[in-house]
Design a binder for this molecule. Structure first.
Ligand code: ADP
Length: 177
């Protein structure tokens, strides 16, 4: 496990399945329709049960880079924060980076508004949405460095990597201690 302190927040990185992680809020890499899907989205809805999707249907979708909460059903969390990362576009790398950073920043803002003290993130956009892992890792650490000092009530952020390949890429991009 890797850990860094940013502002008053401890950021831990672990390898595992985010549906089993205990945190006040679990972030979902959703699509803009909030309609459920494959990857981590499918896993969260399967593990959390149908109540989450029923709530999602009432939210009217979610713009790329934004985040909206629901309850967490059967997951060991209080809330799921559905955020929409960008589909990576190599011809618009800067826009992709801005939108990915926004997805993390908005998720932290929503978590703080809800009163969450711990937030778990998957590697948003790094699956079907095709974001190169090393580039995504840079955006994530930079965004955490910019955002977390303004949210001292968030005590812990968990970066949950599904596989060792992703873990290694995020570790390589982590700030030096
Ligand atoms: P996106 O459409 O945003 O790319 P994906 O769900 O396809 O979302 O992938 C995002 C990341 O989540 C990928 O790195 C994938 O390996 C990872 N992932 C898939 N299932 C899980 C899970 N149960 N827990 C944590 N991470 C997961």
């Amino acid at each position: 496990m890797l850990a860094r302190t940013i502002g008053r927040t401890v950021v831990e990185m672990i390898q595992g399945d985010i549906t089993t992680v205990k945190a006040d809020a679990v972030v979902n890499a959703a699509n803009s329709a909030l309609a459920g899907g494959g990857g981590v989205d499918g896993a969260i809805h399967r593990a959390g049960g149908p109540d989450i999707l029923a709530e999602c249907r009432r939210l009217g979708g979610c713009a790329t880079g934004d985040a909206k909460p629901t309850s967490a059903g059967r997951l060991p969390a209080r809330w799921v924060i559905h955020t929409v990362g960008p589909v990576y576009n190599p011809l618009r790398a800067e826009e992709s980076a801005r939108l990915l950073g926004s997805a993390y920043r908005r998720s932290i803002e929503v978590a703080d508004q809800l009163g969450a003290r711990s937030v778990a993130f998957p590697a948003i956009s790094c699956g079907v949405y095709g974001y190169p892992l090393a580039d995504a890792a840079d955006v994530v650490w930079e965004t955490l460095a910019q955002t977390l000092p303004g949210h001292p009530n968030i005590e812990k952020v968990l970066l949950v990597q599904f596989n060792m390949h992703a873990y290694d890429a995020y570790e390589a991009a982590a700030p030096t201690e």
